[in-house]
Write a protein that binds this ligand. Structure first.
Ligand code: SAM
Length: 399
């Protein structure tokens, strides 16, 4: 039986009822549940339902329990889909650009198509894989969006997108040997997606890996790096917005920092505070913009840590108050942590080859207190900066 043959019976009333019954099955109970259900249902349907229930559980982190519990997935589809927070943010940008219809070329199981439809946009969702296209169709149905999403099983390079305001392309970036880094090896290749984007009448967005080099951003495109909860999720190349713009967008929010093409910040002595810029800010090369906001400079010309004397609240970096600045030395660190009763040690590093876990094993933190150690370089020399998350000054209430 192929995967499509396993999916279709799950879409029948019997399949849906079975899916409801196996919802939230504890993995340890799976065998017992399967044995019981096989008395009344075909064995293949029972194992398809249990497999789908596992995928739904995996998908909760991306889609939330409400949607994940109603949607259908494939293992690759869960892995490659865009999480709701990011897809909804992008869809809202499309809507704000005046887009009313989008050709979603490489729709996968429909993560982006769903968000676009929920923004009120009509979607042509295309995927060449028969199972994936069937799953995208089932998802549009399950979420009540079938009126806005037309799913087509086809090769995107053969689809006519005339009549759509915008194009969205999320190429496959995984091959048989894992992640693909060369954008020309994406399926379809980035150069094809750029041509499709340039033909779109109103706007286009191409999802690419966050590691894309700035030199690879095509002429006339905007580049946006997006993080969610501090983790960098993707870069997007936009067409139909302000050409040449570079921005970092942080979710939830959204909070967007635009490039002002500032020169690199100067290196300066360690101040009272260290600012750790969000990953999207670093990928977008906007550390200078953050340094300017907080009135700071770099610890080292090659490292994206900002230091400053004052505490300036910014959503684009996490501030730490630094209590000690020492040359890197494990014995000194161990002695200092013991003296301060530090049992909870957070290790952060940039520009150091030391493994955080190995360091924690060596210093054996013990005690009631917490601290953060930054392993980095200060003006070229390996250093340890010890501190804790900065707390804004409390206003003192007078009786
Ligand atoms: C990264 S996934 C898309 C994920 C989707 N945006 C989501 O949020 O669910 C890429 C998809 O592109 C499809 N694909 C790759 N090359 C294609 C082509 N030439 N034509 C149509 N689909 C293609 C793959 O089957 C895969 O499902």
């Amino acid at each position: 039986m192929n995967d499509l043959d396993a999916l279709l019976p799950l879409l029948t009333p019997e399949g849906r009822a079975l899916l409801d019954e196996v919802r939230g099955t504890d993995p340890a109970q799976e065998l017992a549940v399967a044995t019981r259900l096989r008395r009344d249902h075909p064995a293949a349907l029972v194992s398809a339902a249990l497999g789908q229930a596992r995928l739904r559980q995996r998908a909760v982190a991306k889609f939330g329990a409400g949607d994940a519990g109603r949607m259908f997935f494939t293992p690759n589809g869960v892995e490659q889909s865009t999480r709701t927070t990011v897809a909804a943010y992008r869809a809202e940008r499309m809507r704000a650009l005046g887009v009313t219809s989008v050709a979603d070329l490489c729709c996968g199981i429909g993560g982006d198509a769903i968000a676009l439809a929920r923004a009120g946009i009509r979607v042509l969702a295309v995927d060449r894989d028969p199972l994936t296209a069937a799953v995208a169709r089932a998802n549009a149905d399950a979420l009540g969006l079938a009126g806005l999403i037309e799913v087509r099983e086809a090769d995107v390079t053969e689809v006519d997108t005339t009549g759509y305001d915008a194009v969205f392309v999320d190429p496959a970036r995984r091959g048989g040997r894992g992640r693909i880094f060369d954008p020309e090896s994406y399926s379809p290749p980035l150069s094809w997606a750029v041509e499709a984007a340039r033909r779109a009448p109103r706007a286009a967005a191409l999802k690419v890996a966050p590691g894309i080099p700035h030199e690879a951003v095509p002429a006339g495109a905007e580049a946006e790096w997006i993080s969610d909860g501090g983790d960098v999720k993707e870069a997007v190349l936009w067409f139909g917005t302000e050409p040449g713009t570079v921005r970092a967008t942080l979710l939830p929010g959204p909070r967007t920092l635009l490039s002002r093409r500032l020169p690199d910040p100067a290196v300066r002595p360690v101040g009272r505070y260290l600012y750790e810029p969000d990953g999207a800010v670093i990928r977008a090369h906007l550390v200078a913009e953050v340094a300017e906001q907080v009135g700071g400079g770099l610890l080292d010309a090659t490292i994206a840590y900002v230091t400053a004397d004052g505490l300036v609240p910014t959503p684009y970096a996490t501030a730490y108050e630094i209590t000690d600045h020492l040359p890197f030395n494990v014995k000194r660190l161990k002695a200092l942590l013991r003296e301060r009763g530090v049992g909870t040690l957070t290790v952060k590093k940039r520009g150091s080859a030391v493994e955080p876990e190995e360091l924690r094993r060596k210093v054996k933190p013990q005690g009631p207190n917490a601290a953060t150690v930054f392993l980095t370089r200060v003006a070229g020399a390996p250093a340890m900066l010890i501190g804790h998350p900065a707390r804004p000054a409390q206003s003192v209430s007078t009786p």
